[in-house]
Design a protein around this ligand. Structure first.
Ligand code: HEC
Length: 109
């Protein structure tokens, strides 16, 4: 009987007792330029504080236009599913801002 590839790999790894060495050729990472800024509007600070750690402004601005209820559920999903540390007191302002910004020309798909 042939040994499963995973078993062979496990045996091979077990044989090396020195800790894995990882060398990075370049320790700096250049992030893509994102010149977009969130336009002024009520709740803008709440979005910057609670959303832009994970999403660039242009990502926020390029979302399909959806109604208020959908934004409420999206913010809830960020909290529950992705463990975003969103302040409950800020949810209303975040939703207000996203609805406001999507009502401006050129901000939503
Ligand atoms: C902890 C990181 C994190 C934070 C903070 C965060 N998100 Fe997300 N968000 C994600 C991840 C992960 C996805 C899924 C990305 C994908 O599908 O490519 C996502 C997806 C989305 C999407 C795409 C639609 C969807 O339902 O998946 C929207 C819109 C969105 N986030 C809005 C927000 C808003 C608004 C906030 C602030 C209230 C926020 N996010 C904060 C991690 C985060």
């Amino acid at each position: 009987m042939r040994a499963a590839p995973a078993l062979i790999l496990a045996l091979a790894l077990a044989g090396c007792d020195s800790p894995a060495k990882v060398a990075f050729a370049d320790a700096s990472v250049t992030l893509p330029d994102d010149p977009a800024e969130l336009p002024e509007g009520p709740g803008r600070d709440a979005v910057i504080e609670n959303c832009t750690a994970c999403h660039s402004p242009s990502t926020m601005l390029q979302q399909p236009r959806v109604p208020r209820e959908k934004w409420e559920s999206i913010v809830g999903k960020m909290k529950k599913l992705y463990k975003a540390p969103i302040d409950d007191a800020a949810v209303h302002a975040i939703v207000d801002y996203m609805v406001h910004v999507q009502s401006q020309p050129g901000t939503a798909r």
